[in-house]
Ligand binder design. Structure first.
Ligand SMILES: [Zn+2]
Length: 152
């Protein structure tokens, strides 16, 4: 299968597959993957049966934390994460957008109490057609995921 070919170069690490084309760069940036010493291989605009075109990111020697996986789900809900060990896929899971997100993103509302008090940001997530909206627990404002994710 094509999938096996695409992951076989990795000895141990993580492959993020089935990223919607164009989102790969955002993910690299968002997860600060280029700042790390990890060896990264990316493919952009690869043909995909399900998506038409897709991006793929292979990260050698690195596993993703649950928080990172949650952030990833916002950018790449179609993605799958393959955990690679000894050149084999030992675990594979789809993105699930979490119901809540804590600490990952700042509240875009500059008047929000989270900017002045020592509390972590906290959002409730909900799906509206193809979009995901985040509602701040503290100021109760609702933002699209694009707005929240641009800020950090
Ligand atoms: Zn807020």
């Amino acid at each position: 299968m094509g999938n096996k070919l695409q992951v076989e170069a990795i000895c141990q690490g993580t492959v993020i597959d089935h990223i919607a084309a164009g989102q790969g760069v955002k993910i690299l940036d968002r997860l600060h993957l280029l700042d790390s010493k990890a060896r990264i291989t990316v493919g952009f605009n690869l043909p995909s049966k399900a998506l038409g075109f897709k991006d793929i990111i292979k990260v050698e020697g690195r596993m993703f934390t649950e928080q990172e996986a949650n952030e990833l789900a916002l950018f790449a809900p179609s993605a799958t994460i393959n955990v690679i060990d000894d050149y084999r896929v030992v675990d594979k899971f789809s993105m699930t957008i979490p119901e809540t997100l804590s600490g990952a993103f700042s509240c875009p509302n500059s008047n929000c109490i989270t900017h002045n008090e020592p509390v972590d940001s906290f959002f409730y997530l909900r799906h509206v057609s193809d979009d995901t909206q985040l509602k701040c627990r503290y100021c109760e404002k609702i933002f699209s995921k694009e707005i929240v994710a641009e800020l950090k």
